[in-house]
Write a new protein. Structure first.
Length: 230
């Protein structure tokens, strides 16, 4: 399986990803999915990520319409890559399911099918920051993520613990005043302890309704994260 993981990883990088990791799904049995039990048929989660780069965020908030456009394009690109990996895994005789990038589901308090950041953190490609975004050593929180679930027994990475330390820049600069100071090693015990979801969502709705932006994106906490190196 070491060789097969290497081949999948090479395929993913050839297609344009910047991050690749594999986790053991059994350590994520407390993660909520839609539909429930999404992990039940699979033992591994593959995380892939694409870095949006520094330039898109440097001129925020004025450049938010530009960010929104590339947010859409990168989501589409990473979904295409995850579909190719999924098809390659099936071609090899294993079960798999691609989970698309951000897609908010109704009646879920702004949640998607599953948190891609959970797969990524458990794979060892990054940690959950105080912004509740995935933070990576190489790209900060500038990455878009997608996941592939599979029963291929690939070698797994080691989960990462929070490395934000005393930094509070994302909290101090949140334009919605939605982030809260909350120390945790892996995940906050409750999302509400770190984020006022409605405050954040209300601001994102403003941007979604703005004809120049047209997407629920903000980007300030990404820009302010020291690991983003902006």
């Amino acid at each position: 399986m070491i060789e097969e993981k290497k081949e999948l990883e090479e395929l993913a990088y050839d297609e344009g990803v910047d991050l690749f990791g594999v986790c053991d799904l059994s350590i994520l049995d407390d993660v909520k999915t839609m539909p429930p039990g999404l992990f039940d048929r699979y033992s591994r989660g593959i995380s892939i990520g694409i870095d949006l780069g520094r330039g898109i965020f440097q001129n925020l908030p004025e450049s938010r319409p530009i960010y929104a456009r590339y947010y859409q394009l990168i989501n589409q690109k990473i979904d295409e890559i995850s579909f190719k990996l999924y098809k390659e895994i099936e071609r090899r005789g294993y079960k798999a399911m691609p989970i698309p990038a951000s897609h908010m589901l109704k009646d879920t308090e702004f949640r998607s099918f599953m948190p891609h950041k959970s797969i990524a953190r458990a794979s060892g490609v990054g940690w959950i920051g105080k912004s509740l975004l995935l933070v990576t050593e190489e790209y900060g929180s500038r990455v878009r993520l997608a996941s592939i679930l599979t029963d291929m027994e690939l070698e797994t990475g080691e989960p990462m613990k929070n490395r934000c330390g005393a930094c509070k820049k994302c909290i101090e600069n949140c334009i919605a005043d939605a982030l809260k100071e909350n120390q945790f090693e892996e995940y906050p015990s409750s999302r509400k302890k770190s984020l006022d979801v409605e405050k954040c969502a209300s601001k994102l709705r403003e941007f979604d309704n703005d004809e120049d932006i047209g997407e629920m994106v903000c980007g300030i906490c990404i820009k302010e994260c020291p690991f983003s190196k902006i």
